[in-house]
Design a protein around this ligand. Structure first.
Ligand SMILES: Cc1cc2nc3c(=O)[nH]c(=O)nc-3n(C[C@H](O)[C@H](O)[C@H](O)COP(=O)(O)OP(=O)(O)OC[C@H]3O[C@@H](n4cnc5c(N)ncnc54)[C@H](O)[C@@H]3O)c2cc1C
Length: 395
């Protein structure tokens, strides 16, 4: 009998692994996914920054589920790793031989007092949510003066640098329309640097200086008061209150809480991520359980670009395990963040888990520099590759 593979989460990770497993010849592959619409999150930055339409980032889940893969439209609520079953919100129970966990990251809008309420006001926007990204586009476009505060969340989030992307796009637009000098732009980031790798920091610093952006480093968002339109931010030394006319915020993020009782995660105090070997992507205690993507302890920058190699490694290792062979594939911790530093250029930051540059074109060591070529890749080619090749497990 063929191995019964159950995949929890039909996002970027789940669909690309499902496609790869089917292509490798496994016939019984089921994806559990509650959403009826699949969203390509990286485009939310372009949408918020006014250079893509919201409709470009969304497709019916049915249309992107790889051929031959069974889609169960439901949410997993529990895993019994001893019995090898998954319980669904509907009450149904699915048995598995191999389990792949990839339910993504939880957006914790309630973790900062006042943040969720602020997002319900006309001035509150974010690229970290599909609807709020669509809302951001006209809001940022129409700013003519005042203060715009952009907030980046901590490093244990998905593509942390994405918080900066609509900021650069908006600044470029404001410069082109002659209002940039009248707008105070503040970036609040918990990090000490803009990205964390010297060569990339230098590229981003140049743009920050060009646009006149004030950067509050090592600063966390502590509270938002949408009635007075103020944010309180805190550094190790002091708290500061900033008035805003527009607030663009990335929310704090965390591992999905329902995973904790499964016994398959590291302790909540260490993040609560699924406890896999970050190279083989196999669970440390349960050899028939695997994980990848934003919910897994991958010990690397969380990015969709990194998922391409994770999906390849996981599928190869899972198939080898099913066929009784040694598992050989290893994930090197590749991560990527394409910073849209203007409406026609990108700083394409690619690196491994130790922070060494890892360009896709190996001999092109300076590929990371601000380039028009990278814009075309990021804005035009990668979305096409995503919809047509990645989700079906062909790239
Ligand atoms: C604003 C933004 C910009 C980004 N920009 C880039 C970029 O430019 N480049 C890049 O490489 N990466 C980028 N990323 C990161 C990239 O999108 C993520 O790393 C990637 O989507 C993670 O894939 P995933 O499958 O782990 O999670 P997701 O794609 O979030 O998918 C998780 C899926 O699991 C489902 N799910 C949740 N709970 C359950 C449950 N209980 N049962 C069943 N299913 C469940 C969800 O509905 C969802 O469909 C960005 C992310 C954001 C938010």
């Amino acid at each position: 009998m063929d191995a019964r593979v159950v995949i929890i989460g039909g996002g970027n990770a789940g669909l690309s692994v499902a496609g790869r497993l089917r292509r490798a010849g496994l016939r019984d592959v089921t994806v559990i996914e509650p959403r009826g619409t699949h969203v390509f999150a990286p485009l939310q930055s372009h949408i918020a920054g006014g250079v893509a339409r919201a409709s470009e980032a969304a497709r019916p889940q049915q249309d992107v589920t790889p051929r031959g893969v069974r889609w169960v439209q439901d949410a997993a609520t529990a895993v019994d790793a001893d019995a090898r079953t998954v319980t669904l919100a509907s009450g149904d129970v699915l048995p598995y031989d191999q389990l792949v966990l990839c339910p993504g990251i939880h957006m914790d809008w309630d973790a900062v007092p006042g943040l969720a309420e602020a997002m319900d006001t006309p001035e509150g926007v974010s690229n970290y949510d599909y609807a709020l990204a669509a809302k951001a586009s006209p809001v940022l476009r129409d700013v003519r003066g005042g203060t715009v505060v952009f907030v980046q969340a901590g490093s244990a989030t998905t593509c942390p640098g994405a918080a900066q992307k609509p900021m650069y796009l908006a600044c470029d637009w404001w410069r082109a329309t002659g209002v940039l000098a009248d707008i105070r732009v503040v970036l609040v980031t918990p990090e000490r640097s803009l990205h964390g790798i010297d060569a990339i920091d230098a590229e981003l610093r140049r743009k920050v200086e060009e646009y006149g952006i004030e950067v509050r480093r090592g600063a966390h968002l502590l509270a938002v008061d949408s009635a007075t339109r103020t944010v309180t931010i805190g550094t190790a030394d002091a708290a500061e209150t900033l008035a805003y006319d527009v607030l663009h915020a990335a929310p704090p993020q965390s591992a999905p809480a329902w995973l904790e009782p499964t016994g398959l995660t590291v302790p909540r105090s260490s993040g609560g991520w699924i406890d896999i070997d970050p190279e083989t992507l196999r669970h440390r205690r349960r050899p028939e359980v695997w994980a990848l993507g934003d919910a897994a302890a991958i010990d690397a920058y969380r990015s969709g670009g990194g998922l391409r190699s994770q999906a390849k490694v996981l599928a190869a290792n899972l198939v080898a395990a099913v066929r009784g062979r040694e598992i050989r594939a290893r994930f090197d911790g590749y991560g990527v963040c394409p910073y849209t530093v203007s409406r026609r250029t990108v700083v394409f930051a690619e690196f491994d888990r130790r922070g060494r540059l890892e360009p896709t074109v190996p001999f092109w060591r300076t590929l990371y520099r601000e380039r028009r070529f990278s814009w075309v890749m990021d804005r035009r080619i990668l979305p096409w590759v995503y919809w047509h090749l990645i989700l079906s497990g062909r790239a």
